[in-house]
Design a protein around this ligand. Structure first.
Ligand code: SF4
Length: 187
């Protein structure tokens, strides 16, 4: 699961809508005896805790994408080994709305430049920021690496604007996967 689900401190300062951990999702997984791998936080890795909130376009650079691949590769290698040894990977949980970890929703816009240069320009640019139906850069790179390693798994997301219903959706998805496994005698 995305790093900040288990560590709200990694989020852009002031942006977290919860304290420390999204405990509802952790409790749900514990109840179902599903173990957790915490993915690295690409924004914390590259920009640190004092970063501003960004849009997808600002992270869409060859360097950021390369960093995403670099930090996720050790996890991909672990997944390959788990699958090879008969373990079931239930899925990945990202964060909808994030320019990095968004799954089907990310933040996009013509945002950038020097804030102090012309505050009206900055405000105008900021007003272009909006959610669009697309993955964030980190999730895009994860998906490419999963595909190139023939790993197939659902990628669900917690939507920060509606945490409760996204947890319910994830719960239903995971229960469905577990039920299918029990029917087919796996898991
Ligand atoms: S959504 Fe992704 S990039 Fe943003 S804080 Fe969480 S783990 Fe880091």
């Amino acid at each position: 699961m995305s790093h900040c689900i288990l560590n709200a401190n990694s989020k852009v300062e002031g942006l977290s809508g919860y304290a420390a951990i999204i405990s509802e999702i952790v409790s749900m997984l514990m109840e179902k005896e599903i173990a957790i791998i915490q993915l690295p936080c690409p924004e914390m890795t590259v920009y640190g805790i004092k970063r501003w909130g960004h849009v997808r376009e600002q992270f869409d650079t060859p360097f950021f994408r390369e960093k995403c691949r670099e930090i996720i590769k050790p996890i991909i290698y672990q997944l390959i080994d788990y699958v090879k040894n008969g373990y079931k990977i239930i899925g990945i949980i990202g964060i909808d709305g994030s320019p990095s970890c968004g799954v089907s929703k990310t933040c996009s816009g013509d945002w950038g430049g020097e804030l102090s240069a012309n505050i009206n320009d900055a405000k105008e640019k900021l007003s272009t920021a909006a959610f669009i139906n697309k993955s964030g850069i980190f999730i895009e790179e994860i998906t490419k690496l999963l595909n190139s390693n023939h790993l197939s798994m659902p990628i669900a997301a917690i939507d920060e604007i509606d945490v409760v219903s996204s947890i319910n959706n994830i719960k239903q998805l995971f229960v469905k996967i577990l039920m299918n496994d029990m029917k087919s005698g796996r898991g």
